[in-house]
Design a binder for this molecule. Structure first.
Ligand code: PLP
Length: 335
């Protein structure tokens, strides 16, 4: 099987397994796990932020951020197809008790400064008030598209002018940085807080990081405990996370393979594929997506349905050049 469903399916390599086995550990709820502390320090350093918190998942990281940034009953501005709004089980309503106000993003899945100003709501007797703006880079549902540092900065500035903080869902922040050939620190400079996944293209088995100012991370640590995310000898899973951070340079290879896959599939009858910006390939299919995927599976290729006639294939480090060629041939036999 060539598993192109997601970049979360990567298996930890030998270096990660050894790092886990050898990790120095302690009770992280007491702040005593040296490996977790090192991972948090390293992440903050890479992002140029004050502090960072290790969380079990990206979803928890995003939801903690929404909870810490907002007051109950406020509104959160988010992109219409954003993960934090669409794929997190209404966490904004359930944990932060806020009301999302969605905005249809531009081609890159970004939100323009004008849209921020247009959708901003000032608090009064009748209206909730805008408590947070979220952005997503790369944008998953949009096909891994990247928002440039300039656009990020302009949009964040529009929010800050209105006293609205900005949280970035950077599940694939390092993919964005690789595609834009800039540093992740440059990309997050204009936002207040950011969540990044270690368990996607970077290959760690578990974990995400929530980063921002020290006072924010202190509060986030408390909310993590509230949600049941306080972990004990978590160094065992933080150690592979530290290895994962050193894999950032490998993401460009995933992007190249995605390009190759997209070009190969686009030549096939009945499929239409746009040039991917990162590691996510969205394929428009003539036949229903589920029918197409059933046929692909019989040929040893896995993907996920993204819409009635859209399928997502994701490249990741368990998919090498040869696997890409095999996948193209297999799909060719399907169509
Ligand atoms: C995967 C993903 C998340 C959530 O991460 P989990 O670790 O699966 O909870 C959040 N945002 C985006 C854009 C994602 O792709």
């Amino acid at each position: 099987m060539i598993d192109l469903r997601s970049d979360t399916v990567t298996l930890p390599d030998e270096a990660m397994r050894e790092a886990a086995a050898d990790a120095e550990v302690g009770d992280d709820v007491y702040g005593e796990d040296p490996t977790v502390n090192e991972l948090e320090r390293r992440m903050a350093e890479i992002l140029g932020m004050e502090a960072s918190l290790f969380v079990p998942s990206g979803t928890m990281g995003n939801q903690i951020a929404a909870r810490v940034h907002t007051e109950r009953g406020e509104e959160v501005l988010c992109e219409r197809e954003s993960h934090i709004y669409k794929w997190e089980v209404a966490g904004l309503a359930q944990h932060a008790e806020v009301q999302p106000r969605t905005i249809e993003g531009d081609d890159s899945g970004g939100i323009t400064p004008e849209q921020v100003r247009d959708h901003y709501v000032a608090e009064d007797l009748h209206r909730p008030g805008t408590g947070l703006l979220t952005l997503e880079n790369t944008h998953n549902s949009n096909g891994g598209t990247v928002i440039s540092p300039e656009e990020m900065a302009a949009t964040a500035a529009a929010a800050h002018d209105l006293d609205v903080p900005v949280h970035l869902d950077g599940a694939r922040l390092f993919n964005a940085a690789a595609a834009l050939e800039c540093s992740a620190a440059d990309l997050v400079e204009p936002v207040d807080t950011v969540m990044c996944c270690l368990s996607k293209g970077l290959g760690a088995p578990v974990g995400s990081m929530l980063s921002g100012p020290e006072t924010f991370v202190e509060q986030a640590r408390r909310v993590r405990k509230l949600l049941g995310g306080g972990m004990r000898q978590a160094g065992l899973i933080a150690a592979p996370g530290l290895c994962a951070l050193e894999n950032r340079h490998r993401l460009a290879d995933d992007h190249e393979r995605a390009s190759r896959l997209a070009a190969g599939l686009d030549e096939l009858e009945g499929l239409s594929v746009a040039e991917p910006e990162t590691n996510i390939v969205l394929v428009e299919t003539d036949v229903p997506a589920t029918t197409f995927l059933d046929r692909c599976e019989r040929e040893g290729i896995l993907g996920v349905p993204f819409d009635d006639h859209v399928v997502r294939f994701c490249t990741h480090w368990d998919v090498d050049d040869e696997a890409v060629e095999t996948a193209i041939e297999a799909v060719a036999s399907v169509v």
